[in-house]
Design a protein around this ligand. Structure first.
Ligand code: CUA
Length: 325
């Protein structure tokens, strides 16, 4: 699309061409019918104009075939739009299992990025080219929106919940990141860059800089300092359930419901422990709202994920269990 006249931003993700094709299709259909309707109006206005004061319009009945035609054709076209759009939406909302998980915490007015290996960035995100990346995002204050035009992807980042998005970049480069939701008087400054790197450069970047504790190591420290282990004993003898092997499991709750232990459930259980109490346990856990930051919660989530992982899982960069339910 238009390297000389850049009406569309650069295409730098696997989904970008598909999104553009759909957008072009919608524009073409809209333009075509706009022209047809306007031409017809002008033609009819002239052809059937009133020629004398005494002339009365001639009433026309029938024309069933025409009516069916102009109902069925638009219906068909709009169903194509719906089907095409739904397919793209589905693709955009289902990250592949091998996607690299990265966390994003938004706040007025910056993007804080955390990699599994412990690297942290602000208003910058480094990713390897050709690999799917899954972002798990939350906000510390108001609603923000993570928008990368070159990837044709945008997702609201909402306080109190995790939202996810994913992309797979197709060419190395530097791409604009915007906040696309008005979030206060410095909203327009909440911008950054996505650096898409060759795999080797990315490895160098990951291993460079100060050695940081990985996310789950950070979580382990928090787990200890907040004395979580006093109740959540690994062998299950504590006052609270053991967290070993919890992630991804279905949990039986005291109220008879069942819930899958995903990121959102663990986050809620840290901040509002009384919301979903595990069957067989008392609601004795205090809330950690205000005691742990969103970054801290993410670290704890990663630590709990890492508990009871099978050894072969350790080699992967995690990920599959982040499927949304
Ligand atoms: Cu954050 Cu607008």
């Amino acid at each position: 699309m238009g390297s000389r006249l850049p009406i569309f931003p650069e295409q730098a993700s696997t989904i970008a061409p598909d999104v553009d094709h759909l957008a072009l299709f919608l524009l073409t259909v809209a333009a075509f019918f706009t022209v047809v309707i306007f031409c017809t109006i002008f033609y009819f206005a002239i052809r059937y104009r009133r020629r004398s004061d005494r002339e009365l319009p001639h009433v026309q009945h029938g024309g069933m075939a025409l009516e069916v035609l102009w109902s069925v054709i638009p219906f068909g076209i709009t169903m194509v739009m719906f089907g095409w759009g739904a397919k793209l939406y589905y693709e955009e909302s289902r990250p592949p299992d091998n996607a690299i998980p990265i966390y994003v915490v938004a706040k007025q007015w910056m993007w804080k990025i955390e990699h599994m290996e412990g690297q942290r960035e602000i208003n910058e995100l480094h990713v390897p080219v050709g690999r799917a990346v899954k972002l798990t995002m939350t906000s510390e204050d108001v609603i923000h929106s993570f928008f990368v035009p070159a990837f044709r992807t945008k997702q609201d980042v909402v306080p109190g919940k995790y939202s996810t998005m994913w992309f797979q970049s197709t060419k190395p480069g530097k791409y604009h990141l915007f906040c696309a939701e008005y979030c206060g008087n410095r909203h327009s400054g909440m911008i950054g860059w996505i650096y898409v790197m060759e795999p080797r450069d990315y490895e160098n970047w990951l291993s460079g800089g100060a050695p940081a504790a990985s996310l789950s190591e950070g979580g382990e420290k928090l787990f200890t300092s907040l004395a979580c282990a006093n109740c959540h004993k690994a062998d299950g003898t504590g006052r609270c359930p053991s967290l070993v092997g919890l992630f991804g499991k279905t949990v039986q709750l005291a109220d008879g419901n069942k819930v899958v232990a995903d990121e959102a459930y663990i986050r809620e259980s840290i901040l509002q422990p009384a919301a979903k109490v595990v069957a067989g346990y008392q609601p004795v856990m205090p809330t950690f709202q205000g005691l742990v930051t969103e970054d801290g919660v993410l670290q704890l989530v990663e630590y709990i994920k890492s508990l009871g992982e099978k050894p072969e899982d350790k080699n992967r960069t995690s990920g599959t269990l982040g499927e949304q339910h």
